[in-house]
Design a protein around this ligand. Sequence first.
Ligand SMILES: Cc1cc2nc3c(=O)[nH]c(=O)nc-3n(C[C@H](O)[C@H](O)[C@H](O)COP(=O)(O)OP(=O)(O)OC[C@H]3O[C@@H](n4cnc5c(N)ncnc54)[C@H](O)[C@@H]3O)c2cc1C
Length: 467
Amino acid sequence: MSQPVIVWFRQDLRLNDNPAFAAAIQSNAPIIPVFVDDTAYGRAAGTTSLWWRNTSLRALAGDLKTRGLTLIYRKGDGLALMRALVEETNAATVFWNRQYEKDTIARDTQLKSWLKENNRNGVGHVGNLFFDPWQIINKNSGSHYKVFSPFWKACLQAGLPCDLSVPPAQLTAPEQWPESQPLPEASAAPATGMDALWQPGERGALKMLDMFFENSFDGYADNRDTPGGVTTSRLSPHLRWGEISPQRIYASLGEERIDTNDGRKFLSEIGWREFSYYLLYHYPDMPERCLQQKFETFPWRDAPEDLEAWKQGRTGYPIVDAAMRELATTGFMHNRTRMIAASFLTKHLLIDWREGERWFWECLADADPANNAAGWQWTAGCGADAAPYFRIFNPIIQGRKFDPDGTYTKTYAPELANLTGKVIFAPWEASSDTLSDAGISLDVDYPAPIVKHETARARALDVFHAL
Ligand SMILES: Cc1cc2nc3c(=O)[nH]c(=O)nc-3n(C[C@H](O)[C@H](O)[C@H](O)COP(=O)(O)OP(=O)(O)OC[C@H]3O[C@@H](n4cnc5c(N)ncnc54)[C@H](O)[C@@H]3O)c2cc1C
């Protein structure tokens, strides 16, 4: 039997439309699929995202099994383990889809050199983006783009690739399987509302896409800012772990949908994801350092009590609290309320965006090395193409505008359910009769605001002006 090849799964937990897996199949060699829980390279997943990944791994292992392959799982230093596996199995080639964090790039580069020195091959593919980030260059400056719109225009002009593939029902296994550690134990979801909402794995991703087209695609461009109800695709955790590729989503839009306002808007959101990875590649320190250097001297407040109130959804601003509780109970937060909650932390509370980024990293199912840092830097005003510093979301107006009937707020802050009208977003403005009719005693049933909006806004503007 011929020498086997290894497919190294990382952030691409799917079998369809997986360029690395497709290339391994094309090689006609026996295939050893591997997942390394890498403790040395790449940022360790937070609790919720780790639950997602482990559940997804079990789904992947099941799908491989039906094709006659066993997923080999090992935990430890990614580079050392892969070298050992290659030697152990005498694999001729290792196929993978590229990752773009600085240390994962360094790891893959080292592995590739080592494979070459040992007369073997390491072959990387673009598996989770449309383009590798170095492919799209601003022809005027000869450098990379710093602003989303021209970047996305350049991507569209280059022609979005559509690399689709379906693996055969049976694949060739090696004569002997290397040892595998047991897959991580199946565990209950970290939050109560998660099991009903999510199905990690490739099948769940495709189902989610179908549901989106069926229920929420029409009107997406208008409705996507409304957090109440399901107005967006909720594909982000599936995309984060590569259970579906952007190219598959693009293909599924088809000619009919792509030429609509909703289609263009939806595709451009996938474009924002592409842009975040582009930024991560060109600014490798993006998760830790402000893209705009001047923000590195920003006098963030050290305010542990305020930070805790924000994390627990007890700031006294209902739309912010609802958002933080949506996160805690579902592992997800709507994009509009992510912006409101992040703006509140960085501007009303003047707490460092990195604190918020770390909390989201811990709690989000879709916690993503590129999107999370880019989203935080954008909101804080220190990122590329960021919201200007003076754009301070008013959490009362945002609530009234984007959750007009309070559906979202009442879902996650049910103690406010009996308040009606605009006052739900500023309960301290309600008369004592209204509050008592609604069964609310401020600071007993629901917190009084931890900062006054006008004072916080003025304070933030002062600090930003000084900068
Ligand atoms: C402070 C902050 C933190 C964020 N952290 C993350 C994160 O850790 N992981 C993550 O995937 N997204 C993050 N986002 C982006 C965005 O909020 C989510 O991608 C989106 O809410 C996911 O919901 P959806 O799949 O229903 O989106 P849809 O509206 O259906 O969009 C489809 C896909 O496009 C991508 N997308 C949409 N909006 C954005 C955006 N603004 N930036 C980048 N990609 C986008 C996502 O992959 C999403 O799944 C963050 C945004 C902010 C403001």
